[in-house]
Design a protein around this ligand. Sequence first.
Ligand SMILES: C[C@](O)(CO)[C@H](O)COP(=O)(O)OP(=O)(O)OC[C@H]1O[C@@H](n2ccc(N)nc2=O)[C@H](O)[C@@H]1O
Ligand SMILES: Nc1ncnc2c1ncn2[C@@H]1O[C@H](COP(=O)(O)OP(=O)(O)OP(=O)(O)O)[C@@H](O)[C@H]1O
Length: 291
Amino acid sequence: MLHPDLDAEAMIETAYAKVNVALHVRARRDDGYHALESLFAFADHGDRLSAVATDDGAIDLFIDGPFGGALDAGPGNLVLKAARALQAYLGDQRGAAIRLTKILPVASGIGGGSADAAATLRLLARLWDVRIAAEELAGLALDLGSDVPACVASVTQMVTGRGEGLRRHPVKGLEGTAMLLVNPGVGLSTAQVFNNWDRVDRGPLDAASLDALVAQGRNDLQAPAVAAAPVIAQVLAALEGHEGLRLARMSGSGATCFALFDSDAAMADAAMAVQGAHRDWWMMETRIRTA
Ligand SMILES: C[C@](O)(CO)[C@H](O)COP(=O)(O)OP(=O)(O)OC[C@H]1O[C@@H](n2ccc(N)nc2=O)[C@H](O)[C@@H]1O
Ligand SMILES: Nc1ncnc2c1ncn2[C@@H]1O[C@H](COP(=O)(O)OP(=O)(O)OP(=O)(O)O)[C@@H](O)[C@H]1O
C-alpha cells in the first residue's frame, strides 16, 4: 500500500543510470577490491524516487515500477541503507516515507542500486533541509558501495581506485549523445565477475577524447561476464553494424550493453531492429546526461 501523502506533495529525484564508457581493471588489491580506471557517464533517465517527511522517525519504503517485483523492501535495499546511514550521520530521528519506482533492471551493470542510494542521499538532504560537506557525503556514499560516490553528482567523471577517486571529466562529443541501453534479462553478480577477471593488467585508460575511448578503451570485465552469460556476446553482435553507430560495449559487470549513436534517428532505427529480433530484451533509448 502506498503512503497516502506520497504523491501529493512529494519531493522527487531521478536515480540516473550509470554506464562505464570504458572500464580498465588494473590490479587486484589486498582488500579484495580491484583498482580501476573508468570513465563514468550517466543516462538522462533512471529510477524515480519520491519522498515525504514524517515526524515519527521511521523510514518506510514502497516499491513499484516495471522491475519493482525483482526487489524487496527489506533492510538490504540500498534506498533503506542510504536513508539509515544519513539518519545515523545526522544523529536525529527525522523520518521519511519513500517511494521507489524501479525502471532499471536489477544487478545489470548500470548501477541501479548505486544510483538509488545516491539519489536517496540527495533527496533526503533536500527533504530534511540539511547541508553535508562534500567529503562527508563521499564517505557515506562509499560505505554504501563503490559506485555510489560517482552517482552522487551523476556527471561524466574519471573514476579511480575502488571508486573513491573522482574527477569531473567532460569529453567533447560525449555529453548529449544518443545512447541505447540493452539488457538480455540475465542478472550477474558483480563480485563473481570480478573474481573471474584473469588478473592481466592490459594498461591505462586514455580518456582524453571520444576517439581514444572508442579505439583504445575497453571493458576488462566483458570477457569474464560473457563467459558467465554468453548471451552478452549476442547483444553486442546485435548492436554492431547499424548506421550511425559510434560504439557498442558492455557496462560495468554486465549484462547491460550500451550503444552510442551519431543521431536520435540512427538510435531509433537500431532500437527498432534489435527489439524486433529480440522481443524479450529490455531496452531504453536515452542520451548521455549533461550536468
Ligand atoms: C563494476 C562497477 O560497477 C564499475 O563501475 C563497480 O566497480 C562495482 O561497484 P558496486 O556494484 O558499487 O560494488 P560494491 O557493492 O562496492 O562491491 C561489490 C563487489 O564487487 C567487487 N568489487 C567492487 C568494486 C571494485 N573496485 N572492486 C571489486 O572487486 C567486490 O568483490 C565487492 O564485494
Ligand atoms: N534499490 C536497489 N536497486 C537495485 N538493486 C538493489 C537495490 N537495493 C539492493 N540491491 C541489490 O544490489 C545488487 C546490485 O544491484 P545494482 O542494480 O546496483 O547492480 P549493478 O547494476 O550490477 O551495478 P554495477 O554497475 O555497480 O555492477 C543486486 O543484487 C540487488 O539485489
